[in-house]
Design a protein around this ligand. Sequence first.
Ligand code: AMO
Length: 445
Amino acid sequence: RVLAKDMVRAAGEKSGEELEVSGWVHRIRDMGGITFVVLRDRSGIMQLVFDSKPLDADGNELTLESVITAKGNASLNIKAPGGAELKVSSVRVLSRAEPDLPYQVNGNVSQFSLETILDNRMLSLRNPKIRAIFKIQATIIDAFSAYLRSRDFTEIKTSKLVGSGTEGGTELFEVEYFDRKVYLAQSPQLYKQALVAAGFERVFEVCPVYRAEKHDTPRHLNEYVSMDVEMGFIESEKDLIELEKALLSHIFEEVAKRNSAELEMWNAAVPSPEAVAKAPTIPYEETLKIVNEEAAKGKNPGSRIFDINPEAERLVCEWALREKGIDLVFVNEFPRRHRPFYTYPLNKGDGGAAATTMSFDALFRGLEITSGSRRQHDYKTLAETLPKFGLKAEDMAGYLSVFKYGCPPHGGFAIGCERLTQKILGLANVKEASLFPRDRKRVEP
Ligand code: AMO
């Protein structure tokens, strides 16, 4: 079987030979005497030429999206998509599509609303431009994993059924588990830390996580893919920022190398490693200052921004693009009140709400894509900290035992896979970067 991407080569190397192609009927153009059919396979599209109306074995006309196999001779034709075409001598319909397609697969993606695209997900995923999103996502996950393996990280898979939350108590989905209640994991946080302490030292996990967030925004999913990293023997969050810069550089390079066609479909580009190297790290308070100076130049010069909210994320990225040549910013030293209980203080022994922490976020093209931090690994301090975050030491006994019996200083971060995909391609909504997104209303398909 010859793929669409290899048609030109096949037309040259195997001229005169009969070739076989298979795929979905993408377009049909009946020109009277001859019919052009554009066939789509996993690699792209190709043109088939029939000198009479293509029919199946029962004499039915070909329908869009039917799956067929065709045989014939290939020849070069600069007017055909891809530059070659197949003159068909025989065709077999492997699976006939009903003619009443509820979604126009060969249409222009931008002509459909997100609702329509998601309501018809099984068909909309057939569109090459939509499928391109997930080809790029596959590269992101592959490059993420490959880079970490090359740095001696071990891949882990941890349970998604957990006894308690980690990222703040409110966003948990309850699950009935025999005669008790458990929760869907919001993050592999506690397990990745436990495995560092267990001697793995360096671990990573790519996994679904669950957030019972009630709001419907272009940046939130209720289930998303978390790309998690945890690393022992670090000094501060700055070691993690260095690691993430190298990791993102590698991911961007691989996407540029393997997915140039997909990037082109979306008119998108990834930053170069040189640009990533220039991404600034700015402490939280200083970031707020920059953001407010930027806001003062904008539409509402009187309004003040007190938090790194979505508006602030956008403004600081715009600033960085202008001043540093890259819209990637690492914000570090967040106040304790903004971070989970496990975050390590910047100044030893400082547990107060006003204290600063060894933590960071990565903001890319106006959106938070990563949170990370050094973790508190002192057993006593942790046990004292839990109640301040509304957590009970009894519920967290298993987690606490990690620190009771020898745990190195460590830290890590998590990249939201869909958010990174969204920002690489410039998608308006993070749901576009999820194969089967879950939101408050949608659990189908
Ligand atoms: P955090 O809760 O900030 O940190 O999440 C990490 C990253 O995950 C992505 N993300 C989301 N993506 C889509 N929909 C959501 N509802 C959503 N929530 C978060 C973002 C975010 O930056 N345990 C820590 C990480 C760590 O410190 O290792 C954590 O989960 O890209």
